[in-house]
Write a protein that binds this ligand. Structure first.
Ligand SMILES: [Mg+2]
Length: 220
């Protein structure tokens, strides 16, 4: 599924032609949305008191800290989505709405790519995602649901899953790995990491300014 508002209006077209506009990609879970916290809140409220954020394991398979198998975890995740809680409730992680706004204010476009296809009703995770983004007034240009993060070509991308970072790099696409407890021990010194979304924004804005400077000097 792809919802795109690209190329609408003369202003956007002009920015694309000028070449100064960069395409910036964002993953959602673990970058923009505190998925573990939302699932924990739902499960504790649904009679699973052991499923606290504190008890979650710090690695990718955090649900093992709650004594859940992968199948049990997937069943409870689905129940949380069906209940309209997981993917729908919870504040954005601090600063992320402002981060996207700063990038669009600088003339760049925002492309969200998320691996969300859970729920008993077809399309329910996409509906929750769109409603949540609208509720919190996110500014973005396209929203794509895909487990393959290489499907949307962008100049920059931020993701918290090391495998996604590797896949994008292998495809020749930009990516920064947002350091989280579940990826901190992966990769090596060449891995392009950022400690925060704010650091990612600073990196993109600096690159945009450099590009603009290069164009100005070429034009003169
Ligand atoms: Mg993620």
């Amino acid at each position: 599924m792809n919802v795109s508002g690209e190329g609408q209006g003369p202003e956007m077209t002009e920015r694309h032609i000028s070449g100064r506009s960069l395409r910036i990609g964002f993953d959602l879970d673990g970058v923009v949305y505190d998925f573990r916290k939302a699932l924990s809140e739902y499960l504790v409220g649904a009679g699973h008191p052991q499923c606290t954020v504190e008890a979650a394991r710090p690695d990718w398979d955090f649900f093992h800290g709650w004594g859940l198998s992968l199948d049990e975890y997937m069943d409870l995740y689905r129940a949380g989505v069906d209940a309209g809680y997981v993917l729908r409730v919870g504040d954005p992680l601090p600063g992320v709405v402002d981060a996207m706004r700063r990038l669009t204010d600088a003339g760049h476009t925002i492309h969200i790519v998320t691996d969300r296809s859970v729920g008993s009703e077809p399309g329910i995770s996409a509906q929750h995602t769109a409603a949540w983004l609208a509720e919190h007034r996110f500014v973005f240009n396209s929203l794509t649901f895909s487990s393959d993060k290489t499907v949307v070509p962008t100049d920059y991308f931020i993701d918290d899953r090391y495998e996604n970072y590797l896949a994008r790099k292998k495809a020749g696409l930009g990516c920064h790995l947002l350091t989280r407890t579940w990826n901190v021990e992966l990769g090596d010194r060449s891995t392009m990491r950022v400690k925060s979304v704010d650091e990612f924004v600073q990196t993109v804005l600096a690159a945009g300014t450099t590009l603009q400077g290069l164009e100005s000097s070429r034009a003169s």
